[in-house]
Design a protein around this ligand. Structure first.
Ligand code: DGL
Length: 269
């Protein structure tokens, strides 16, 4: 048993896709979520800046003495995982490996798509892991830089003309590649599941990177006797106005935030 919380962070709303899955799988766990809403999006930043932000995000979460930290951000996982693992003596779980493992299991025809931020795609982290775990697979990647700002603006509902137009343009070339599995390599993208599925068709399996990481954490805690007991919960922290985050987070999590989100000063860490 380990009653300490699980820390989870992302640049904004995206990491809630991991939180949602963690809450389902591990209702007894206490989750501390940090969304760096003052500095979102991360997806076009340089590796140096990402590392600086990610170190501050982890330092903030470590104030709560977490038993593990989930990097619920494809961009940070792709660019900074090794450093964060080396610098912290607690398990730090990224989304890349869980997502690629799930995609390798899911694909039948060995043709897999990857959509993610520019920084994730250009890091090559997902592609390298595919080459290692499924050397025969063909992987087609596409950066979708407008998805994150649109999601953060709340434009993720199917039928919204802006998101539908942008998604159609981004996904057109992947539609022609006959992929049967598509990795949503940015944790914001599962908020667009209906929009993406509507374009790709129901036969294409979508892999939710945040959800895959949540399953990995859940397995790890069980194997290490580190699950919590009793009633769990979640607390949310953001680095900009809490009200905007709460409104969209409540829609996405389909629950009232138990505790309102708290705004904190992230540059102080
Ligand atoms: N949700 C994050 C990711 O998975 C960050 C996206 C962004 O801030 O650009 O990549």
């Amino acid at each position: 048993m380990d009653q300490r919380p699980i820390g989870v962070f992302d640049s904004g709303l995206g990491g809630l896709t991991a939180v949602r899955q963690l809450r389902r799988l591990l209702p007894s766990e206490h989750i501390i979520y940090f969304g760096d809403t003052a500095r979102v999006p991360y997806g076009n930043r340089s590796r140096e800046i990402l590392l600086k932000y990610a170190r501050q995000d982890v330092a903030f979460l470590r104030r709560f003495d977490p038993k593990a930290v989930v990097i619920a951000c494809g961009t940070v996982s792709s660019n900074c995982l090794k450093e964060l693992q080396e610098e912290n003596a607690i398990p730090i779980v990224g989304v890349v490996e869980p997502a690629v493992e799930q995609a390798v299991q899911a694909t039948k025809n060995g043709r897999v798509g990857l959509i993610a931020t520019r920084a994730s795609v250009s890091s090559g982290a997902y592609q390298r892991l595919f080459r290692r775990l499924a050397p025969g697979a063909e992987v087609f990647s596409r950066a979708c830089p407008l998805f994150v700002p649109l999601v953060e603006e709340g434009r993720f509902q199917p039928g919204d003309p802006v998101i539908e137009t942008v998604a159609r343009e981004y996904l057109q070339e992947l539609r022609e590649k006959e992929i049967d599995t598509l990795v949503l390599g940015c944790t914001h993208y599962p908020l667009l599941t209906e929009v993406i599925s509507g374009i790709m068709g129901e036969k294409v399996t979508l892999v939710d990177a945040g959800g895959a990481a949540a399953r990995t954490v859940s397995r790890w805690l069980a194997e290490h006797g580190a699950l919590a007991s009793g009633g769990g919960g979640a607390a949310y922290y953001v680095s900009d106005r809490a009200a905007d985050f709460e409104r969209l987070a409540a829609i996405f999590l389909q629950e009232d935030l138990e505790h309102a989100a708290h705004q904190i000063e992230i540059e102080a860490d």
